[in-house]
Design a protein around this ligand. Structure first.
Ligand SMILES: C[S@@+](CC[C@H](N)C(=O)[O-])C[C@H]1O[C@@H](n2cnc3c(N)ncnc32)[C@H](O)[C@@H]1O
Length: 233
C-alpha cells in the first residue's frame, strides 16, 4: 500500500519573501539535479548546487574544502570565480592534522563533507575517518578535524558541515548530526542559520532491497556555524 505512494509529489511549505540573494535557499533542499560539478560516480559525491547556493548567499573570498573527494566544491568555486584550497586523504594529506594546513592562511568559508563514519570506506589509510574502527575513534578524529577547521577560519567566517545520521551494524543508530553540533558548539562556534535538510536524491541505498524493518533516512543535514569575533564571545 505504501509502496504505491513512494513517487508521489510532496508539497513543500511556502517560503516567506525576504531580502536573501538566493530566494530558493531554504531549510528544505530538494533540488534533484546535481549540476556539472565533481563526479557523480565518486562514492559519497554530493550535489554542487547546495554549495553554489551557500557561496552565493555568504559571498566568501577564500574557501577551504579539505575532504574534497571528486572535487565538487572546487569545481563550483572555479565556475563562480572564488579561490578554493582543497585536498583529500587520497593524496596523503590528513585533514585532521594541523600540519596539513601550514602556510595556507585564513579562510572566510569552509565546506566540509566528511565520511558518515564507516558507511562507506574511502581509503585504506588509517587516518581516513571512514577507517575508524570504533565510534570513539571516529569522534576523536572528527573533533581534531573540526578543531583544525576552526583554527583556519577567520572571525566572522562560516563553516558548512554536511553530515548524515548513520545506522551501524554493531553500534546501532549513530546520531552524527547531533555530534556535529555538539563538537562545533564545544569549540565556541555559533549556529549561523537554520539547519538545511538536504533530500538525498540518487543515494545508492535507495535502490537496494533490505529484509530488515527500519525507517529509511532520505536526507542529510547541512549545519552552518560561524566563528565569533573575540568581543562576541
Ligand atoms: C563524503 S566524501 C566527500 C565527497 C565530496 N563532497 C564529493 O562531492 O565528491 C568524504 C571524503 O573524505 C575523505 N577523507 C576521509 N578521511 C580524511 C582525512 N583524514 N583527511 C582528508 N580527507 C579525508 C575521503 O577520501 C572522501 O573523499
Amino acid at each position: 500500500m505504501y509502496g504505491s505512494a513512494i513517487n508521489t509529489i510532496a508539497v513543500l511549505p511556502r517560503a516567506p519573501v525576504n531580502g536573501s540573494p538566493v530566494p530558493g535557499l531554504t531549510s528544505l533542499y530538494h533540488k534533484a539535479f546535481a549540476g556539472p560539478y565533481g563526479d557523480r560516480r565518486y562514492p559519497g559525491n554530493c550535489s554542487g548546487e547546495l554549495i553554489k547556493d551557500l557561496l552565493r548567499y555568504f559571498r566568501p573570498q577564500r574557501v577551504l574544502d579539505p575532504m574534497t573527494g571528486s572535487g565538487t566544491c572546487a569545481d563550483v568555486c572555479r565556475e563562480i570565480g572564488i579561490e578554493c584550497v582543497s585536498f583529500d586523504i587520497r593524496e596523503g594529506r590528513d585533514a585532521s592534522d594541523p600540519q596539513s594546513y601550514q602556510g595556507l592562511g585564513a579562510f572566510d568559508f569552509v565546506w566540509i563533507h566528511p565520511p558518515y563514519w564507516r558507511q562507506k570506506l574511502y581509503t585504506a589509510d588509517p587516518r581516513d575517518l571512514s577507517a575508524a574502527g570504533t565510534l570513539e575513534a571516529f569522534l576523536e578524529r572528527y573533533q581534531s578535524l573540526l578543531t583544525c577547521l576552526n583554527d583556519q577560519l577567520r572571525p566572522g567566517g562560516q563553516m558548512a558541515v554536511l553530515m548524515g545520521d548513520y545506522a551501524d551494524r554493531d553500534a546501532g543508530f549513530v546520531p552524527l548530526v547531533y555530534h556535529t553540533q555538539r563538537l562545533c558548539f564545544g569549540l565556541g562556534l555559533r549556529q549561523r542559520a537554520t539547519q538545511i535538510i538536504r533530500f538525498s536524491h540518487g543515494a545508492s541505498s535507495s535502490r537496494r532491497t533490505y529484509r530488515s524493518s527500519f525507517i529509511p533516512g532520505l536526507h542529510d543535514v547541512c549545519t552552518i556555524v560561524e566563528k565569533p569575533f573575540p568581543n562576541q564571545r
